[in-house]
Design a protein around this ligand. Sequence first.
Ligand code: IFM
Length: 477
Amino acid sequence: MNRRNFLKTAGAAGAGLFLMPNTLYSALQNSPYTRADFGPDWQWGVATAAYQIEGAWNEDGKGESIWDRFSHTKGKIKGKDTGDVACDFYHRYPQDLELMARLNIPNNRFSLSWSRILPEGTGKVNPKGIDFYHKVIDKTLELGMEPWVTIFHWDLPQALQDKGGWMNRESIGWFSEYANLVTREYGDKVKNWMVLNEPMAFVSLGHLLGWHAPGKKGFGKFTAAAHHASMVQAEGGRIVRANVSNANVGTTQSVSFVDPYKDKPGQQKTARRLDAMLNRIFIEPSLGLGYPFEELPYLQKKIDKVIQPGDLDKLKFDFDFIGLQTYSREVFRHVPIVPVIHALRQSPKKRGHELTEMGWEVYPEAIYQTLKKFNAYPGVKKIIVTENGAAFPDKVEGDQVHDAKRTQFIQDYLGQVLRAKQEGMRVGGYFVWSFMDNFEWAEGYKPRFGLVHVDFETQKRTVKDSGIWYRDFLAGK
Ligand code: IFM
């Protein structure tokens, strides 16, 4: 198929490719586009996060984080896994970054561990924590890559959780202290910053459903944490811009494409409500549009309890870019008796498409649709896909991992990103989640998202076929 036809039909046929038997995947490993099609200014990269890769959970003065506490609590993580050692990146960062550079990756997105830098969350600074990130940044730059730093990727210091964490309005001040410290410390070397990683994910999974740290449940807890995280999102943007000259400041959002269960008004209304819940609560206040109360009246009652005069103005910030992170599609069915959302999620198993190891439907057009949605906000200046990728079971065969499904997934989703770009959308980058297999939160180590396989017993790294494909693609082959 030539490139033009691929892009035309990708929407309809993209998902269908995943119904093909395994043997056919390998025939599809050459993508129908090249790096050049994305233009010279496109930002390519890979992404990781501190708790998921670093290990060294209590070394060199690091304080406990909510994820240390949560993973050490019985019954919270599959397989009783913890991030105590993870990929041991804390000790192996030179070799890991050298491997990243050998894969031709120009941009290294990673996060800082707040409790490694400020063990108690505020107050006394840990010099060894500060020093560790200087070393990671210096090595990244020395290898010719650009650091893209996420200030907060879910690992709140436990000492702050003990004071209520994100549910406490003081979290705005705690975060400001931390953000001021790191931007002043690293701002002369790091120009690309992201304030939060996926606030909707850490706020809902950790404060509504209780599946993630800190394991809290309840709509009141969720709305308090959401409002404070939303305030922090904008305040963090202002801090980066004030402290870093020539900063490129963004923040990231988890965005799910929500399809109606049926093409009927009631089901469409349900899809709009779920879209508001999942995708609009963090982006719209930052654009000065306020919270999406028209779809979520119940949210208003709860937010009214925590919002203070002047907050609506403080929620606004004109980010240079929004990081968009879409992996799959969601379908919800109208079920009136369910509180608040009046809907139930349709099992992805019933949708006829391949599922990843996370149980997520493979649906490439989802990323095109979410780009379109975000591109429709005039206040969004630029969109960068700061995470995208897939977990599939891998088998190491000698020094190889033939992960055809992951390669195909990335190619198909990237094809949809290119389609968006060619239609004139303001999208300017793509980062694979993840550079290497790592700790997948409550799912433990079983789901593997990496371009690089990690043997968690021996810490041996093996570049997967997807990593080789990305290396060659970035080389322009
Ligand atoms: O591993 C996570 C990451 O920390 C946040 N975005 C989604 C990824 C896959 O679940």
